[in-house]
Design a binder for this molecule. Structure first.
Ligand SMILES: [Fe+2]
Ligand SMILES: [Fe+2]
Length: 336
């Protein structure tokens, strides 16, 4: 049965900017397995902030690469389709978190969003599911919260402060304050923006207890709780989350694999948050970071945890670059 959004929304929610058209176009392009790297790069190149963010991510220290990416196409090739989709949608979503990033009380909302997205993709990867869709769904699961805090920053900050230490009461407090909670607000925004039905379902059901088949909804439900467990909760929980309860819906082998790698996932989340906050800080000022041909004018940011960087995020782009190097070497050898 399709999930229906309530028609009674707080007035200012109508005024928040539409989901960027470039992100919507990317969603459909990236869903189409036939889309070429150049058509995806051409779409991204229409948005300077997105382009700049993607190039910086491709050149970041934790990204395996053989040469510097100097334009969007090279960045897309280096990152691969899935990572390009993750980064592009996160940059697009971060626009709604601009207010949150500047407020001590609201900042955990954005951190939780990024943490849930990355935890969902890591979990999907370890459980044999395609990681890009769960990442996108994780990124958008709390879009209603980002929408409410973007439309009513002062009021949402007060609601968050009142619910501090009582996370279970936050949904009820949202309803008292705004007439709707962030699940209903998210559902309404998702319908308004024509987001895919698979994401609408995640938004509608992310506060249900994970159970049953391991699909995108269950993965995001678990990832949302895992984000809390790793310290990226929206507000302080009264008692620490119980890992056994969180992972109960996972198969035994996946639970063991994920449990052994939680520290690595936590570090990866911390890096992802730093990156997107950097993009948002640059994006909220001068949007013209990038010149037309895709070259950036700034040095890449300094990255912490340089000695602990994960090496798992290989990509099609890296594979292509490696093949190109091998091919060039073979040509040189034959010519000698
Ligand atoms: Fe939520
Ligand atoms: Fe969540």
């Amino acid at each position: 049965m399709p999930f229906k959004a309530s028609s009674k929304m707080p007035a200012k929610l109508e005024n928040i900017p539409a989901f960027p058209s470039v992100a919507m176009k990317l969603l459909s392009l990236l869903e189409d397995g036939e889309s070429s790297f150049s058509s995806i790069a051409a779409c991204i190149a229409t948005d300077p902030v997105l382009s700049g963010g993607l190039i910086k991510r491709a050149n970041a220290a934790d990204q395996p690469r053989y040469c510097e990416a100097r334009n969007v196409l090279q960045a897309t090739l280096a990152l691969g389709i899935d990572r390009t989709r993750e980064i592009s949608l996160a940059v697009a979503t971060s626009a709604y978190a601009r207010t949150a990033v500047q407020s001590e009380i609201l900042r955990p909302c954005w951190h939780h969003t990024v943490a849930c997205a990355l935890a969902a993709s890591e979990m999907a990867r370890r459980c044999g599911l395609r990681p890009a869709e769960p990442y996108t769904a994780g990124l958008l699961h709390d879009i209603g919260r980002l929408g409410l805090l973007s439309a009513y920053p002062a009021e949402y900050e007060q609601t968050m402060a009142a619910a501090d230490g009582q996370p279970d009461d936050l949904l009820r407090m949202e309803r008292e304050r705004f007439g709707v909670d962030h699940v209903e607000a998210g559902l309404w925004l998702a319908r308004r923006w024509n987001l895919p039905e698979s994401i609408v379902e995640v938004i509608a059901r992310h506060h249900e207890t994970p159970a049953g088949t391991l699909d995108q909804v269950t993965v995001v439900q678990i990832a949302c709780r895992l984000a809390d467990l790793l310290g990226f909760s929206v507000n302080r929980p009264t008692k620490p989350p119980d890992p056994d309860e969180i992972f109960a819906a996972l198969p035994e082998w996946a639970r063991k694999r994920l449990g052994a790698q939680l520290a690595g996932v936590k570090d990866a989340i911390a890096r992802e948050i730093l990156f997107f906050e950097g993009v948002e800080a640059r994006g909220s000022g001068d949007r013209g970071v990038m010149v037309d041909d895709g070259e950036t004018e700034e040095e890449p940011p300094a990255w912490p945890f340089l000695d602990e960087l994960p090496t798992e995020r290989t990509s099609l782009g890296v594979l292509l670059a490696a093949m190109a190097v091998l091919f060039s070497a073979a040509v040189l050898f034959v010519q000698r």
